[in-house]
Design a protein around this ligand. Sequence first.
Ligand SMILES: [Zn+2]
Length: 239
Amino acid sequence: MFAATAFAFAVGQSQPDLDKFVYPLAPALACPPVVTDCSDIPACEPWAAKAAELVKAWYGPLTQLLATDGIDPVTKEHSGKSFQPPAKIMLVFKKTLNVPAYCSGGTITINGEWVTAHPDDLGMVVHELTHAVQQYPRNEIDAGWLTEGIADYTRWWRYEPELHATAGRTKPDFSKAKYTDAYRTTAVWLAWIEKKYDRRTVPALDFKMRQGKDPMPVFKQLTGKTADELWDEFSKEFK
Ligand SMILES: [Zn+2]
């Protein structure tokens, strides 16, 4: 009797939600022509050539990992706006800057002094290239931390996965860290959420960011928990 009831209940249910187990990929967009400019620091030419190859290899995958097709990864509804790549991607090297690099539109400006001292830091190009694919409008909340978190997610969890990292792995100091710290702290937390709860987390957040809408309800929608509750849980489970 009990089994029969349970069976009737089970078949009466809607389809189990299998979508949460699959990372939704948007169709890959072709990489625009990549132009390098080392006129300010010609010694960076060899590094610039490597960076340009990396851009060509990773532009397509980055457009797949984010909701560039304008389709909500959860509801599958189209926002009416898909991402339009710029006419070209420029890599401009300057002798020095007060940051390692920054991105504005399709132009990534890179600190020549920094890459001379850190020649293995090609991953920062993936971070900056992510910004070139994000191009979020102003958001209704202060969500700059999430923009940086997503750019470090694609860098550290897709390009050079921390899953396989040993030394150098992100270890947040939970006495003061918070998910709004941006960069690697936000990235490791997003990676934990997507693994534990829902593979659509990053593209679903990206979808909201593309529309300038508050992304925070996505956490509750996908996990049943608020961002604060998820951070608290992450801090207890993180090893
Ligand atoms: Zn950044």
